[in-house]
Each structure stands twice: as C-alpha cells, then as structure tokens.
Design a protein around this ligand. Structure first.
Ligand code: MTE
Ligand code: MO
Length: 392
C-alpha cells in the first residue's frame, strides 16, 4: 500500500494559540504546564490548561475529508479508516490522567544534572477522552479481542504520527504497546477524537490520537497516521533511545540503551499543588491540597501528609468527582484517573510539608530523589516537599 502523504510542518510558523497563564518550559517545540493552583482547582483539567508536550511543530490536519488512518502490518488485509469509520464504532468516554514521564524533572536535576525539558509538578492532566476502543478497531482487521500474537507473528501495536521531530530523533513520532493490551477491551485503550466533550484541539492530537491509560504519556501518540501490527517493540527513537529508566550508576559515558525496556506503566506519585516550593504563610491552619495517582490501573489507597518534614503524618481526605470520598475498591470510581486530596495542618513556625501516596498494591513513593536519580530525569516520584516560612 502506498505511503500516506500526510506530513506535519517543519517549522513553528503555524502553532495554535495558547492560554497566557501556561508556564512555558520550552518554546520550540512547545512544552508548557499550568500553574499548580490552576491544576488542582478541578478534577477534570480544562483543555486550555492541560499540559502540552511536543517534540516538533504541531501538525495541521484540517482537511477531514481526506484524513484517514491506515491499519496494517502483520494483519491479513490492511485497511484505511476515515474519521467517520471510527465514529461509527461504539463510542466510549474514559476519564484518564495523562502524565509525562518527565513530570517533576526540574527537582531531580537539582540533585544531580539530568538531560531534558524541565518540568515542575504539573506535567499531567485529567481529561475525559471520547473515542473508539482500539480493541474494536482491530476487529476490523480481523484481530479478535485478547490476542497476544497474530497468525503472522504480530505481538505489538505501533502508533505512527505525522509530526516532524528533529532529524536525529528519527522523523515522525512513533511508539508501541503490547498487542494483548491493545486487544483487551478492559484496558480501555482509545483512539480518541474528543477531549472533555469537545473535538480534540490541535495541540492534543487533532483529529485522532491514542490514549493508553495508566501508562506514561509518551505512548499516547497524537495526530495518528498509521497503526501497524509489528513483531517487536517499535524501533522509534522515543521507545528505544528515550523514556527508559536507568539506575543511578548509569551516566552518558556508560549508557547502553538496549539493556533496558521502554517504560510503560508509571509508579505511584503525588504532589502538593496548593503551595509553591517556598511559601510564606501565617502560623495557624494551612490547607494542603494536590493530586495522587498510580499507573497500571492501580488505585490510590492512601495519601499521607506530614506537617514536619516526615516525623509525623496525618491521612488526607481523597476524592474524585463532586467531592465524593474516594474508595479504591469502589467500581464507580474512575480507575484510570488521579484522586485529589486535601488536609489541614497546623503550622507553628518554619517547616517542611510532605505528601506521600500509597497505591492499591501498597507501593509507596520513595523518600529521596537521589535513590531514583536517572540520567534522563524521568519518573521523579519521590516524596513531594514544600518549604513553609512562617511570617510574623
Ligand atoms: N505524539 C506525537 N505525535 N508527538 C509528540 O511529541 N508527545 C508524547 C505524547 N504523544 C508526543 C505525542 C508525550 S511525551 C506526552 S507526555 C503526551 O503526548 C502529551 O500529550 P499532551 O500534549 O496532549 O498533553
Ligand atoms: Mo512525555
């Protein structure tokens, strides 16, 4: 089948407008996150405040009549699907948090230098994504539910985009997930055309993107061009030479990329959003609020808040929608979404406030950033600390 002619722009002259309150971490490619208080203000993150994470210029795919996504690779008969074909499939709304693996990188780089765009604690957002399940789409090319390997030996599903990443990063952005996950309806992997009930915005993948719940944001490929069933994990730069977790002993002079697997699920995470890293407060009651989440569909069992740098702890109140208390085992909770938390602590003098979450498998955030330092500065999930300076 002929290659698709879709190509994103190669320069930054046609970027979409963005909300002025976003904190810009890199201008070209555009990488920005909301202010802490704005992020924690709502369970569902408004689209214009949702973090934007790009590796190249934003594509313009506005000729919807000529847009299609090709499903091919190790399948019997490849197919081209228009947006209408995708819309005809049953529509699902999945509330899922997308978190960049680089969230909280700036803090990690303070402990020891790392490479990558710096992020505060807001490189994530929670949205309701509307679209077709990938498991239904793959049935159109005769790959049934719960297939781990196709007759032709396909074991992974690769998403290929149209954005032109820098030459050394291998052209269009691409990433893959295991076929078993892609064909499992319960994994809720979507080909999404809506975000929070509106048509996807260009920044977030218009007209069609993958949403892979519970997995680092890098696998939720935007601006889909092709979906291929392949034998091995994608050879794309962002699968093989990036977004891998290395131990603290590995640095740029001794790194061997092939020794590690591409990162998929993310670990348990939390951060305080009601306070900045250094906040001046009046002694008395201080509200500590923020988010907690874990990967792989694991819920948040507990969020502990320390008013004194980790010597003593209280348990925070957790909630998702409408302030209803969140219970990990309650199936009406959004399993792929963050929980927000709130606690009130009594502050007498200068102190350090800590947040630490525990997920449904009893995984706990590590205490120190040094123990999880890695040269690319990914998955900083250490205890989140904010310093309070008591004002007279
Ligand atoms: N898809 C394409 N085509 N190009 C990209 O640069 N960035 C990835 C992922 N999908 C990216 C992409 C990364 S690293 C993240 S964290 C998420 O998109 C961010 O999605 P968002 O910009 O909608 O918040
Ligand atoms: Mo990311």
């Amino acid at each position: 089948m002929a290659q698709s002619a879709l190509r994103g722009p190669s320069d930054y002259s046609s970027e979409p407008p963005r909300h002025p309150s976003l904190r810009i971490n890199a201008k070209e490619p555009f990488n920005a996150e909301p202010a802490r208080r704005d992020l924690a203000a709502s369970y569902i993150t408004p689209v214009d405040l949702f973090f934007k994470r790009n590796h190249g210029p934003i594509p313009i795919l506005d000729d919807i009549d000529s847009y299609y996504v090709t499903i091919g690779g190790l399948v019997g008969e490849p197919r081209r699907l228009s947006l209408d074909d995708i819309r005809k499939l049953p529509k699902y709304n999945v509330t899922a948090t997308l978190q960049c693996a680089g969230n909280r990188r700036t803090e990690m780089s303070r402990s020891r230098k790392v490479r990558g765009v710096g992020w505060d604690v807001c490189a994530l957002g929670n949205a309701t994504w509307g679209g077709a399940k990938l498991s239904d789409v793959l049935q159109l090319v005769c790959v049934p539910y719960h297939t781990e390997i196709t007759m032709a030996g396909g074991k992974h599903v690769e998403f290929i985009s149209v954005d032109q990443c820098p030459e050394e990063k291998g052209g269009p952005y691409r990433a893959s997930i295991p076929l078993g996950q892609a064909t499992n309806p319960a994994a809720d992997v979507l080909l999404a055309y809506e975000m929070n009930g509106e048509v996807l915005k260009r920044d977030h993948g218009y007209p069609l993107r993958a949403i892979v719940p519970g997995v680092i944001g890098a696998r939720s490929v935007k601006w889909l061009d092709k979906i291929d069933i392949i034998e091995e994990e994608s050879k794309g730069f962002f699968m093989q030479k990036d977004y891998k977790m290395f131990p603290p002993s590995v640095d740029w002079d001794n790194i061997v990329w092939s020794t590690r697997k591409p990162q998929m699920d993310y670990p348990v995470q939390s951060a305080v959003c009601s306070l900045e890293d250094k906040s001046a407060v009046k002694p008395g009651q201080v509200t500590v609020a923020g988010y907690a989440l874990s990967g792989g569909g694991r819920g948040i069992e507990r969020v502990d808040i320390s008013p004194d740098g980790g010597k003593s702890w209280i348990e925070a109140h957790r909630y998702q929608k409408h302030d209803v208390p969140y219970v990990t085992s309650d199936i009406s909770c959004d399993k792929w979404a963050w929980v927000l938390f709130k606690a009130v602590v009594n502050v007498k003098g200068d102190t350090v406030i800590v947040s630490k979450a525990v997920d449904s498998s009893a995984n706990v955030q590590p205490e120190s950033v040094e123990s999880i330092w890695n040269l690319r500065g990914i998955l900083n999930t250490c205890w989140h600390r904010v310093h309070l300076l008591a004002t007279p």
